[in-house]
Design a protein around this ligand. Structure first.
Ligand code: AKB
Length: 339
């Protein structure tokens, strides 16, 4: 990527933000402008050209960012996740939808300044799916395509699906009434499965039981898993998630036949995650104490997704299957982290 590229990363301090900034600063020469509602982690500060602390729903933040920079790519990572979103659905809507709308408008205005479409990379989620009950999940919801079961059961999932449609609108239809030429953006979305990082622990999500089991075991802390042992979801480790974002960003537009792509790596049950953890930490004290609300969310998400479009169109292929994720990445890194 040439040096005249300026990348905006929202939610910079979150799980994906950490991995993405670390990767971009070691492999790209672009200027990184980062924003988050909380101060930036000290480990990321040197990697960023500019950090602006602020709320993405605040129009003054977008105005400041847009006034001071011309972005070539926006990674919009800031979001309230599924469990937290169920506790305060209106807040989730405000942050997840109004925040995204403001950034899509910013991207559209910036496309005018840039003279070409700004790339808008949007991490959506398996939460965009909603399978009505466990029996249907087991019978018909095992490997789900992008256009199936889009009836989310959480506010977060509704928000993600809404933002996918808003992205499509700004990419294909938006036109300001006072302007002759449309200022289209280049919107690209990924539906991520549950993510597991060795370096950070997520907050407010429902797939969090995967990383929480691991991080508690590595610290010899007891943990009660909030879903049944047979609960099954697709997962991916953070290095693959970063690869997916970067590959989608650099794919040639003419090769992309859709705006939203599933990506996944492996689909374990909670019991299978525990089995991998016990191989490394045999004394781990992990029990199962299902929480009805969170269990219901997991049961509404597919056991696996069909990511063949991403594989075919832009060469997506995870480097880490389940064995490699644990043996080569997660276990050695968490051992080192908590040593
Ligand atoms: C969540 O659990 O809310 C997220 C997700 C699957 O998008 N990790």
């Amino acid at each position: 990527m040439p040096t005249d590229e300026t990348i905006l990363i929202t939610g910079a301090n979150g799980e994906i933000g950490h991995g993405l900034i670390q990767h971009l600063c070691s492999s790209h020469q672009a200027r990184i402008v980062a924003t988050d509602i909380v101060p930036l982690d000290s480990s990321l500060q040197a990697a960023c050209h500019t950090f602006v602390q602020g709320d993405i729903t605040d129009p003054a933040l977008a105005a400041r960012l847009g006034g001071e920079h011309v972005f070539t790519t926006i990674y919009h990572l800031a979001s309230i996740l599924s469990t937290k979103g169920e506790r305060d659905p209106e807040l989730a809507h405000h942050v997840n939808v109004d925040g995204t709308l403001g950034l899509l408008r910013l991207a559209s205005d910036q496309s005018g300044k840039l003279g070409r479409p700004v790339k808008f990379i949007y991490p959506s989620s398996i939460a965009a799916y909603g399978i009505p009950d466990l029996e249907t999940k087991q019978r018909d919801g095992r490997v789900v395509r992008e256009d199936e079961w889009c009836f989310p059961a959480t506010m977060y999932g509704v928000n993600k699906l809404t933002c996918e449609h808003l992205g499509r609108y700004y990419a294909q239809h938006y036109r300001r009434l006072d302007q002759e030429a449309p200022m289209r953006i280049d919107f690209r979305g990924l539906r991520f499965p549950g993510l597991i990082s060795a370096l950070t622990v997520p907050t407010g999500g429902t797939s969090d039981y995967g990383p929480e089991m691991l991080h508690h075991a590595a610290q010899s802390k007891p943990y009660a898993c909030f879903v049944r042992p047979d609960s099954q979801l697709p997962f991916m480790v953070m290095p693959d998630a970063i690869t997916a974002l970067l590959q989608l960003e650099s794919a040639r537009r003419e090769n992309l036949g859709q705006l939203i792509y599933n990506v996944t790596s492996f689909s374990p049950t909670a019991a299978e995650i525990l089995e991998m953890i016990l191989r490394a930490f045999p004394a781990a004290q992990i029990t199962f104490a299902p929480d009805a609300r969170r269990q219901g969310i997991v049961d509404s998400w597919p056991a696996d997704v069909d990511d063949s479009a991403a594989r075919r169109e832009w060469g997506w292929k995870p480097a880490y299957d389940m064995r490699r994720s644990f043996e080569d990445y997660l276990i050695p890194s968490v051992r080192q982290r908590y040593a």
